[in-house]
Design a protein. Structure first.
Length: 419
């Protein structure tokens, strides 16, 4: 279809879509391609539209369609032919991107010797359009792939937002929770490293693994949409509604508003957790494959923090670190998939936290496991570098111990060392 034919469907932007956020480089690249194109037809990827209650929602293609709408408006296309101009962009970031990109396009056009004609764009720009006549949004996502788009593809978190918004009966609720979700994601996405974004660290680095370890299910972080699949709504019996809800990381995921509350709760817990001294100490560990072990330790420490708060948190850090580190000491070469699955699964740290009714039972359980470990022999290479970094980063934590018994266990000749 050409642009005119696509606009005839009067596409709309649903609440679950991420906000318009194309950067200047994306806009300039599109304009360069349009200007350089000498063919009768210029294919601009695929678009997916889903028929939802008589409206054609954009599943894939929002960034390109909005940018082309801005371009065509500047070139003089009547507003009635550009239905996306009637969209209510309530998000401040989206409004700012639209205003900025409008000026980028306007300046670009004014600096070109050969003009861009809106008739050429309306007719020559074509898309492969997939129309889905179904209220089942998951069917639309079945066809979605971010490899067929030059725009910003939907992430696991965009898909989760869409999935759970469908369980809300009122449009006002959908808009409110979608706005809060967008603010959470956009605020965190300013951090360049995805793993350091608060919602990613809480939901993916920590809780995703904790849920898998507790159920002894495989950690499949390399599979596409593994996060989306984990946090989709669990099956229920229609005649028995969920009740006595609590926010526990291990709970079945309820569709709708409870899920958004679940996410906000644990992201907030993570924000508090990251201010603790023990988090600052362990999170400073990095380099090589050391961060694999750091994230495993942090995830289990987060589970402990959720259950017991900061009570004996320094002791929990040191004991968990010592137990997990044995995997590194035993192996010159460690594979991440094996570490996250069988290696950590065999230690059953997450299960011990879940079953403990007080910190003392968990700490005693882990300490007994440590007592049965073989002594750490001579280390070389990556194993030595790992131990040296752990010692350097975590030894100051011993000063915060309130258990003399545990501290004495790690003390040899009046020198306190983790191992």
């Amino acid at each position: 279809m050409n642009f005119v034919e696509v606009m005839d469907y009067r596409p709309s932007i649903p609440a679950y879509q991420r906000v318009y956020c194309w950067e200047e480089d994306n806009v300039i690249q599109l304009l360069d391609d349009l200007l350089d194109n000498s063919q009768e037809e210029y294919r601009l990827g695929s678009i997916i539209l889903n028929n939802s209650n008589g409206k054609w929602d954009i599943v894939d293609g929002q960034q390109r369609l909005v940018t082309l709408t801005l371009l065509l408006r500047i070139l003089g296309t009547p507003k009635r032919r550009l239905p996306l101009l009637k969209e209510n962009f309530v998000n401040t970031d989206a409004k700012n991107y639209i205003k900025y990109n409008y000026m980028v396009i306007k300046n670009y056009i004014s600096n070109q010797k050969r003009p861009l004609l809106y008739e050429d764009i309306m007719e020559k720009v074509t898309f492969s359009v997939l129309l889905i006549n179904s209220d089942n949004l998951d069917l639309a996502f079945t066809f979605f792939s971010n490899t067929n788009s030059r725009g910003v593809g939907l992430s696991d978190y965009d898909l989760l937002k869409a999935h759970h918004l469908r369980y809300l009966p009122y449009v006002e609720q959908q808009r409110h929770l979608a706005k809060r979700w967008n603010e959470m994601v956009l605020g965190a996405d300013k951090i360049e490293d995805p793993d350091e974004r608060n919602y990613v660290r809480a939901l993916e680095v920590y809780i995703y693994c904790l849920r898998k370890w507790l159920r002894k299910d495989p950690v499949n972080e390399w599979q596409q949409y593994h996060v989306k699949n984990e946090y989709q709504s669990a099956a229920i019996i229609d005649e028995i509604p969920p009740f006595c809800e609590q926010f526990q990381y291990k709970e079945p995921i309820q569709g709708g508003s409870h899920f958004f509350g679940y996410v906000e709760h644990f992201v907030t817990c993570y924000e508090h957790f990251r201010t603790t001294k023990v988090y600052e100490a362990i999170h400073s560990v990095g380099g090589e494959s050391h961060w694999w072990f750091r994230d495993v330790i942090e995830a289990n420490l987060f589970a402990y923090y959720l259950k017991f708060g900061e009570q004996y948190l320094p002791e929990a850090l040191i004991l968990t670190t010592r137990l997990v580190s044995q995997i590194r000491f035993n192996n010159q070469r460690v594979y991440r998939e094996t570490l996250l699955n069988s290696d950590i699964g065999n230690l059953e740290i997450t299960q011990a936290i879940d079953q403990a009714t007080s910190p003392t039972f968990f700490l005693a359980d882990v300490l007994n496991k440590i007592k049965r470990l073989p002594p750490v022999g001579e280390l070389k290479g990556i194993r030595l570098r790992y131990r040296n970094q752990i010692r350097r980063k975590l030894n100051p934590i011993f000063n915060d111990f309130t258990s003399d018994y545990i501290k004495k266990f790690f003390t040899i000749d009046n020198i306190t060392e983790i191992f």
